[in-house]
Design a binder for this molecule. Sequence first.
Ligand code: PBG
Length: 337
Amino acid sequence: MKRNIDEITGGRRMRRNRRFDWSRSMTRETQVTANDLIWPIFLIEGNNRREPVGAMPGVERLTVDLAVEAAKYAASMGIPAIATFPDIPIEKRDARGSAVMDPDGIINAATTAIKKAVPEIGIITDVALDPFTSHGHDGILKDGIILNDETAELVSKAAVIQADAGADIIAPSEMMDGRIGAIRDALDDAGHQDVAIMSYATKFASAFYGPYREAVSTGDLLQGDKKSYYLDPANGTEALREAELDYNEAADMLMVKPGMPYLDIVYRVKSEFQLPTFAYQVSGEYSMIMAGVEKGFLDHDRAIIEAMLCFKRAGCDGVLTYFAPKIAKLLEDGWQF
Ligand code: PBG
């Protein structure tokens, strides 16, 4: 009793809607636009200088003047915001990450310069100490322990300095307990009620940050690992509890990091809290795709667009991605999904 296909499917032929470009466009559930992109940019000191990041083909560290040009380009492509990360000279780093407090450091200088030249683009800054410490940890290290409360206090002060420089969104990535509330209080006390907080609410102790650590020169400095403050990649329920705390501490937006291996977390966080939810497609994800492309194993354009679609489908309102300018260009050139 061999049934024919219409008997098997009851006539429900799913391929009907997939026949043509127009019917696929008409039934597509998820869209990708330049508005979904946040572009992370690495900064170095000096003038008119760019340095390639070895582990991230196509990514460069930029001096502030060139970062301004990058921001202009981003704005012209419809990218709503950039996120800045510093690679400062090793001799400026110390055990407490004091340089984070320098109002004239490259992060703050870039914010001021970009705000002046491109006021229409949003600027997201990080207060984590790792690019500023001599040991590469995100917090103050004492007797082998990352001090929670002292770090939360320091990053709250750094947040105010970054807001003074013109940052629109403070995105603390160091995962100390209570930091969202502490930063909110500090910003409010300083009159920065309108500066938002994007919480790296669920940041996992991940192998996928490797290339970033080359970009900001923390890889060789880092002593031990970050498992005492970042989440265990095995734990989804604990990640939701982290997000809940940050929600209750008045985070304006939540982020999941890394991105693609953690789309289940994106889905759960978005469903549960309904805040604007972002994912960080981190350096290792970037480098994996680029390595596959360089080997000839992957089609670059299709891979990076597909990744964006998947982030959106999982519930992301936007994605921090080093591919941002490339994706914006593909879209502008009329990418056919
Ligand atoms: C640390 C920080 C990390 C990233 C940004 N800020 C992780 C780390 O080095 O532990 C990773 C970003 C990336 O991999 O693209 N506060």
